[in-house]
Design a protein around this ligand. Structure first.
Ligand SMILES: Cc1cc2nc3c(=O)[nH]c(=O)nc-3n(C[C@H](O)[C@H](O)[C@H](O)COP(=O)(O)OP(=O)(O)OC[C@H]3O[C@@H](n4cnc5c(N)ncnc54)[C@H](O)[C@@H]3O)c2cc1C
Ligand SMILES: O=C1O[C@H](CO)C(O)=C1O
Length: 568
């Protein structure tokens, strides 16, 4: 193992002098760590990568950062598809602060160190006859990362993952760890429940688990017109968990639905666990075929409607209805999971549930360039050309209802919750894959998302924070109104010097700020934004004072500056 001096040898001498002081508490930091997001879409080179193993070590990191005037970004496992975990300053990761502190089998309340991954949590809960009430598509995320972005599953009986958090602890810029809950510092609690890394380091959560359960699920494929007819009364209420993948060119959709199997039925043997049927095409072959067809479509994008027909026909069947049905019975923590395939861009918005058929019909009419008289034609109204635009499949269609278990009055609704406060929410997630980590045909993702976002905005949508949306701070302020002001008020009180404001947080959460722009490094003097010569302005993300360059292995290299968190 490299000595501490070796691990820190690339630090500026002034910083090295501060972090080397031995006070008996470990500082597990190293330089030259390359941070890549899961999709390898974004890369950055933090000055330090730090993996603390105890609360005291976490507090020490914050105190040292303050002394060294460094900003802190926290990363879970980097599964957020955006550059929200990219920094050139200090990157903190709690993979080694991931224990289960306590489990109460009777109440289901568990105290967890915040770095625990969801798969570790599910395994640990299962040992105690407990489970997470619901899961999204994967179980890789850290619990802190999942709640911090508003991660959700698909069920009208559930809201965000954060609705299962009944209390938490967060280490703030003062270097102290604060406890909060709906009754203890409720403003801090509501701000921290969905905080996008911008408040402090969440170190511990109290999680409400439920008795372990299995799911009996089935999956069928049908035409979207039939699905739209059932939308309001049947589709989303026919089972406890329902999720849909919509194929814009074939105008078909896969409907996956699952109900809880009673433990009595499992114990008596009336219902038995069984895996779904597989065909020769599932698994490796289907994975490789789709990947290579997507790669080919980078050069010949017009094959994409055919690829959609072929790939999903091979996987789910070319017909519609009952004959396409498959089913299984699995423990919940397995049944929820799906193979999310390849590196991807994802742009997901939350709109009112009842607007779903309109949204998909208009999106379909736009993407297919339908004309009056064509089957499925509606006036989409999207003011962007679709000429030469071909997109990937599917669009994920999911639901939640955050009004059942959270509210302002109960003190547990996150200020930055993007879902509806007046009823069920529909999420539409537009996926564009990056085959072999290469972007789709030049400009196609941007144009797809331009049209998609325009429609989502028109239908009253708000973006999923983790994904690849475009919105200005002013727009987000308008979309969240008083809630955004409340979040900022908490932020300004607990992090007045912006220690936890990385480039992403600056870009989206705080009012346009001139202080960073023009700073080349920590010694640079402040400049008013207006005084920066045009040619020196970074091309993208200019309000964050960062620039982004193409990375040599695909994706974007986020180049930052060692911004000081506190002025001398
Ligand atoms: C394949 C795939 C499938 C996905 N499926 C779903 C899905 O079904 N539903 C859904 O809603 N989303 C989904 N997502 C998005 C994913 O759930 C979120 O991006 C989640 O935040 C990732 O967790 P993470 O641990 O990787 O966090 P990161 O991406 O590392 O971080 C996310 C945010 O949390 C902050 N953060 C992390 N740890 C802490 C901490 N200890 N204290 C304070 N802040 C912290 C970070 O600073 C950052 O702002 C999916 C993403 C992928 C790549
Ligand atoms: O962001 C996400 O990626 C997967 C889809 O591939 C998923 O379900 C998300 O949410």
């Amino acid at each position: 193992m490299a000595s501490k001096d070796q691990r820190l040898r690339f630090l500026p001498a002034s910083v090295r002098a501060v972090v080397k002081v031995d006070d008996g508490i470990a500082f597990r930091a190293r330089t030259q760590y390359v941070h890549k997001t899961w999709a390898r879409t974004y890369t950055s080179l933090p000055e330090l990568f730090i993996q603390p193993q105890s609360q005291a070590e976490i507090e020490k990191v914050v105190n040292l950062a303050r002394k060294c005037k460094r900003r802190i970004t926290t990363v879970g496992c980097g599964h957020s598809p955006s550059d929200m975990t990219c920094t050139s300053s200090w990157l903190v990761n709690l993979d080694n602060f991931n224990r289960v502190v306590s489990v109460d089998k009777e109440t289901g309340l568990c105290v967890l160190e915040a770095g625990i991954r969801l798969y570790q949590l599910c395994e640990e809960l299962d040992r105690h006859g407990l489970a997470m009430p619901s899961l999204g598509s994967i179980n890789e995320q850290s619990i802190a990362g999942a709640i911090s972005t508003g991660t959700h599953s698909s069920s009208l009986d559930h809201g965000l993952v954060s609705e299962s958090i009944v209390a938490l602890k967060i280490t703030l810029a003062d270097g102290k760890t604060h406890a909060c809950s709906p009754t203890d510092q409720p403003e801090l609690f509501r701000a921290a429940l969905l905080s996008l890394g911008g408040l402090g380091i969440i170190t511990e959560v109290t999680f409400q688990a439920v008795p372990a359960f299995s799911l009996a699920w089935d999956q069928t494929i049908d035409s979207d017109s039939r699905i739209f007819k059932q939308w309001d009364n049947v589709l989303w209420r026919q089972a406890k968990f329902v999720r849909v993948w919509w194929f814009p060119y074939m105008r078909r959709a896969v409907v996956w639905k699952a109900n809880v199997v009673t433990s009595a039925d499992l114990e008596s043997g009336k219902v038995k666990h069984r895996e779904p049927p597989t065909s020769y095409y599932d698994g490796w072959l289907g994975y490789v075929v789709y990947h290579n067809l997507l790669a080919l479509s980078r050069w010949v994008p017009r094959i994409l409607p055919w690829v959609e027909w072929f790939v999903f026909g091979m996987q789910y069947g070319f017909g519609n209805g009952e004959k396409t049905k498959i089913s299984a019975v699995q423990p919940s923590q397995k049944a929820f999971l799906m193979n999310c395939l390849y590196s991807q861009f994802v742009n997901e918005w939350a709109i009112p549930l009842h607007k779903g058929p309109e949204a998909l019909m208009r999106l379909g009419a736009w993407l297919q360039n339908l004309k009056p008289g064509d089957p499925g034609y509606v006036d989409h109204g999207i003011p962007f050309s679709v000429d030469g635009l071909w997109v990937h499949s599917p669009v994920e269609v999911r639901v939640s209802d955050t009004t059942l278990k959270t509210s302002d009055s109960q003190g547990n609704r996150p200020y930055l919750d993007p879902t509806r406060e007046d009823g069920p929410t529909l999420y539409l997630n537009a996926i564009m894959y990056r085959p072999y980590h290469r972007d789709p045909t030049y400009g196609s993702t941007e144009r797809y998302y331009q049209g998609f976002e325009w429609l989502m905005r028109e239908l009253g949508g708000r973006p999923h924070w983790a994904k690849n949306f475009t919105a200005s701070t002013d727009e987000l302020q308008a979309l969240y109104g008083e809630d955004m002001r409340q979040w900022r008020a908490v932020h300004d009180a607990v992090d007045p010097d912006g220690m936890f404001v990385g480039p992403w947080q600056r870009r989206y959460l705080l009012p346009r700020c001139v202080e960073d722009v023009g700073k080349a490094d920590s010694n640079a003097t402040r400049k008013a934004e207006g005084s920066i010569p045009a040619q020196k302005r970074p091309l993208r993300f200019e309000e964050s004072g960062f620039k982004c360059e193409p990375a040599s292995d695909g994706g974007i290299y986020v180049v930052g500056r060692q911004n000081v968190a506190v002025e001398n």
